[in-house]
Design a protein around this ligand. Structure first.
Ligand SMILES: O=P([O-])([O-])O[C@@H]1[C@@H](O)[C@H](O)[C@@H](O)[C@H](O)[C@@H]1O
Length: 395
């Protein structure tokens, strides 16, 4: 039977112990702790947000560098929210990391990021986080063996690692198309009692079965398929919206990416179809458009490394049916383009944990992802819903 306790006992214990320790000691859930804090009007103070990274590629490198780069709080360029929900990006702490590359496993996270093809702009000190060997499953495909040769050792005990490192949030940054591996880490996350963020297009947050499992475990689930800060999808949505707002009728459009790096290679070989489906649907649903719109990836060019060129083409009709054509190319770096969104999503997930929210969290997912559980909404609504969620406002 659960132990009897008073609010002040729990609050006093919390002053010197983590959430997890408090949950175990009093046999209570995060939700109960959140209620006790609310009842007693205790301000939720920023504390470190303990994150595990699965897949230490270019996106991970960007996030890790960003945590260092923005430590000096006068530098906010490139962030969407310097402080979000009371947390600064430097409140994010990477406490464990998993990869399968022979070049990364066993190294400190700060050194392993040098093995990516992304330029290092922020000097990351030794973090005392050794890359653990992950479970290979479908994490490498034949075409990528040239890029990713797996370490020849057995997988670490992932659940144990997550528990020992007191991970709160597992961030899945595996390459697109590694469905088995993504599902495996979602399960490990559940069993270790961690929230799960799925940046890949594998269907996790939209899968009712996973949503129910995370709900029953009292844990947040966020995803699927990260939407870049200034990638093809968001730019496409914004330009189409601007045209519609100006009275232009949209006749047809496409947006196609060409890029290098393992992510582009995997997209081409394993997830081209699903990426195209997700991207096209995300653009159309955000604006309720019926015009033919295709958004996807057209090719992999190895020497482009982490660079990505996105070609946008829009045909519309203006006054007197006059033809208007937008022909635009954006050049971006894939890794850093996810960094600011990841920083927001991680901080929002911490709030979800504080609030005791569980299951697939649509308010966070529709802000940062192209395939959220309840479908894509307009950018304005996605931003408003996230702000209300963080403030605890229910509409
Ligand atoms: O949001 P967006 O720029 O259209 O799409 C991006 C993809 O093109 C890219 O391959 C992937 O690494 C990003 O996470 C994101 O999904």
């Amino acid at each position: 039977m659960a132990k009897k306790f008073r609010d002040d006992e729990v609050l006093r214990y919390l002053e010197t112990h983590t959430y997890d320790e408090t949950m175990v000691f009093f046999s209570i859930s995060r939700m109960t702790i959140a209620r006790i804090k609310k009842r007693n009007k205790v301000k939720i103070m920023p504390e470190k947000i303990k994150v595990a990274i699965v897949g230490v590629g270019n996106a991970a490198s960007s996030l890790i560098q960003g945590i260092e780069y923005y430590k000096s709080r006068s530098n906010n360029i490139g962030l969407l929210h310097p402080t979000f929900a009371g947390y600064h990006i430097s409140d994010i702490e990477i406490v464990s990391a998993f990869d399968i590359s022979i070049k990364k496993v066993g190294k400190d996270l700060s050194e392993a990021i040098n093995e990516n093809d992304l330029e290092i702009v922020a000097k990351v000190p030794i973090l005392d986080v050794k890359i653990q060997m992950g479970n290979i499953l479908d994490g490498v495909i034949d075409q990528t063996r040239k890029l990713i040769a797996p370490a020849e050792i057995g997988s670490a005990n992932i659940i144990n690692e997550l528990k020992l490192s007191e991970t709160e949030i597992v961030l899945c940054l595996l390459p697109s198309g590694a469905d088995e591996a993504v599902k495996f880490y979602a399960e490990q996350s559940l069993q270790a009692g961690c929230a799960f963020i799925n940046a890949t297009p594998t269907k996790i947050a939209v899968d009712k079965n996973y949503a129910r499992k995370f709900h029953d475990a009292g844990l947040p689930l966020i995803g699927d398929d990260l939407q870049d800060q200034f990638g093809a999808t968001i730019v496409h949505k914004r330009i189409l919206k601007q045209m519609l707002d100006q009275g232009v009728e949209i006749k047809e459009s496409y947006a196609l990416d060409v890029g290098g790096g393992a992510e582009s290679l995997n997209t081409i070989h394993r997830s081209r179809g699903i990426k195209r489906e997700i991207k096209s649907k995300s653009v159309k649903s955000s604006l309720n458009l019926n015009a033919p719109i295709v958004a996807g990836t057209s090719d992999y060019v190895p020497h482009m490394k982490n660079s990505r060129n996105s070609m946008l083409w829009i045909v519309g009709n203006g006054f007197l049916g006059s033809e208007i054509i937008v022909d635009l190319k954006i050049q971006t770096k894939d890794g850093p383009n996810g960094g600011a969104i990841l920083a927001d999503v991680i901080r929002a997930t911490k709030i979800a944990l504080h609030q005791g929210s569980s299951g697939a969290i649509d308010e966070i997912s529709s802000y940062g992802f192209k395939n959220p559980p309840k479908g894509t909404v307009s950018i304005e609504n996605a931003h408003k819903n996230l702000a209300n969620f963080v403030l605890g406002i229910k509409e």
